[in-house]
Design a protein around this ligand. Structure first.
Ligand SMILES: Cc1cc2nc3c(=O)[nH]c(=O)nc-3n(C[C@H](O)[C@H](O)[C@H](O)COP(=O)(O)OP(=O)(O)OC[C@H]3O[C@@H](n4cnc5c(N)ncnc54)[C@H](O)[C@@H]3O)c2cc1C
Length: 100
């Protein structure tokens, strides 16, 4: 069977879904979204909806969060990217909470 579309989105997690919805809602054309198995087999369905960041340096520190993220990423994460995200997360979450 052949499916024709204007946009082919590969991945049904939050990244693919968000992009597909944006394109579809913008009326820019027909969108087809594909995933590897089923839509509920993605990291997105397992996420708990929280944002973890260092908020209290007297009981927590950046190094622990960096190490935890490297382990969770099975040691294949880009160390520079992990460090950037972890060190800038407090600033980003304050911005989010303030609605800016
Ligand atoms: C247990 C757990 C808890 C988490 N908790 C949080 C949290 O509290 N807060 C938070 O911010 N983040 C959390 N995360 C991380 C978050 O879930 C991911 O960062 C995010 O969901 C990634 O979204 P994504 O769309 O990039 O990838 P995914 O959701 O992994 O989607 C990838 C998609 O690509 C498809 N795909 C993969 N390979 C192929 C292929 N070869 N061909 C076709 N399709 C393919 C898959 O089928 C899937 O649909 C958690 C992750 C896990 C596992």
């Amino acid at each position: 069977m052949i499916h024709k579309s204007d946009f082919l989105v590969i991945g049904g997690g939050i990244a693919g879904m968000s992009y597909a919805l944006r394109i579809a809602n913008g009326g820019k054309g027909k969108v087809v979204l594909v995933c590897k198995t089923t839509l509920d087999e993605a990291n997105t369905t397992k996420a708990q909806g929280g944002i973890a960041s260092v908020t209290n340096l007297s009981v927590d520190n950046f190094e622990k969060h960096i190490a935890d993220t490297i382990v969770a990423g099975d040691f294949i994460s880009n160390h520079q990217a992990v460090e950037h995200v972890v060190r800038n997360a407090p600033k980003a979450s304050v911005t989010l909470w303030n609605g800016a």
